[in-house]
Ligand binder design. Structure first.
Ligand code: PMP
Length: 422
């Protein structure tokens, strides 16, 4: 379309620098799980637009709440000032998060939520006079694209140009089935009194390929880390807000985290907002008349009232009986399709948790990120009105909670048709 050409002339999109990349698709509007293209095509958003649109698109209730807030207070500096939406959202988050969490720090996105958690962790040790300089992370993790978040993410072709600028991290392999003993052994050697923090995406490594592992092994790793004093950071940017079948993946664990990172579904996909929460103990280490103990971190849009209002509206919807029953319904559908896929010759490693279903396409010889199977799958489904973005040869379905059974069944039928083609 004309707009796509204008877009190309002036805009630099994420992840689409290939010379042969197709023009971006011009979307006019969204409603529920459907995106409406300017060319008359409709797309079922089966990845909740990078996992943020919990309630689908343009939900009227969230729109109304934001627009009402816009008429009274759109923004105010958050250093030395406060407002109702920020306080109310923090209060509500703390009632649904694990009890270990006592304070809420606002930022603007998932990466900054991670940056803040890392800064809190390093400065915590600094403030109490026992500096610790190392973080332990999991191989294949993804925590965002800013420098701190890249540093604690797994190394890949994407981070290669920046490796000289990233702080050193110790890695444990992802504790997937079959690896547990090995990972436990390594963890016992790795965790020392020099480790400031252990950061994980609890139970599901999202961007790293929807890699799933069991709560029991994470509990054991948390126990080893905590024994040496390392702060436990749960990056629930992706797993939070019902995705895994619990409100937060941390609820599958016996050991509660010291710090948590939230974003994505926090506002139901309407406004950019990030949150880092921490324990009272961490917060107290920054409470002092010594100014140098302050956390010197603050974004211009910290606790934006529109974003906080969107968060409150999204929580109203999320915690409603209606959405909770949709989550159970979608989970059931996903379990059913997982069973069907598990015996399929073109599929392996079927994994499912809550509303999330992922599996590997068997791609023959080439299974790197840049190989063809990803493009074949993406284009095949897109042409049939389904938006899914494979991660290499990993296909996953992560629908908005308002997605109907018919929409899911249509998606499943087209995935089966795709498998026929491979
Ligand atoms: N952490 C995790 C677990 C994520 O999945 C992501 C985004 N995919 C991020 C952090 C970064 O969030 P954002 O894209 O909002 O910066």
């Amino acid at each position: 379309s004309d707009l796509a050409a204008r877009d190309q002339a002036v805009i630099w999109h994420p992840f689409t620098q290939m010379q042969t990349a197709p023009l971006p698709i011009h979307i006019l509007r969204g409603e529920g799980s459907i995106l409406y293209g300017a060319d008359g095509h409709e797309y079922l958003d089966m990845i909740s637009s990078w996992w943020v649109n919990l309630h689908g698109h343009a939900h009227p209730y969230i729109a109304e709440r934001i627009s009402k807030q816009l008429q009274t207070l759109e923004h105010v500096i958050f250093a030395g000032f406060t407002h109702q939406p920020a306080v109310e959202l923090a209060e509500r988050l703390l009632t649904i998060l694990p009890q270990s969490q006592a304070k809420v720090f606002y930022s603007d996105n998932g990466s900054t939520a991670v940056e803040v958690a890392l800064k809190m962790a390093f400065q915590y040790w600094h403030n109490i006079g026992q500096p610790r300089r190392k973080v332990v992370a999991l191989e294949g993790a993804y925590h965002g694209d800013t420098f701190g978040a890249m540093a604690v993410g797994g190394r890949s072709a994407f981070t290669a140009p920046f490796v000289p600028f990233l702080f050193d991290v110790e890695y444990l392999p992802a504790p997937i089935a079959g690896q547990e003993e090995n990972v436990l052994q390594l963890a016992k050697e790795l965790f020392t009194e020099n480790i400031a923090a252990f950061i994980v995406e609890p139970l599901v490594q999202g961007s790293g390929g929807m890699v799933m592992y069991e709560p029991a092994i994470l509990n054991e790793l948390f126990a080893i880390a905590r024994q040496k004093g390392a702060l436990l950071i749960a990056d629930e940017v992706m797993t939070g807000f019902g995705r895994t079948g619990q409100l937060f993946a941390s609820y599958y664990l016996d050991i509660q985290p010291d710090l948590m990172c939230l974003s994505k579904g926090l506002t139901g996909g309407t406004m950019a907002l990030g949150v880092t929460t921490c324990t009272q103990t961490i917060y107290d280490a920054f409470l002092s008349d010594d100014k140098l103990k302050t956390l010197f971190h603050g974004h211009s849009f910290t606790a934006n009232p529109l974003a906080c209002t969107a968060g409150l509206a999204s929580l109203d919807l999320l915690l409603s009986d209606e959405t909770q029953s949709h989550i159970q319904r979608i989970k059931k559908q996903q379990i059913g399709f997982a069973k069907q896929l598990s015996s399929h010759a073109k599929v392996e490693n079927v994994r499912q948790l809550g509303t999330l279903l992922a599996f590997d396409l068997i791609a023959g010889e080439q299974t790197s990120y840049f190989n063809n199977i990803r493009d074949v799958a993406y284009n095949f489904l897109l042409q049939r009105g389904i938006l899914m973005r494979p991660l290499g040869n990993v296909l996953y379905i992560m629908p908005p909670y308002c997605t109907t059974d018919d929409q899911l069944q249509y998606t499943y039928s087209q995935v089966l048709a795709l498998l026929q083609e491979l």
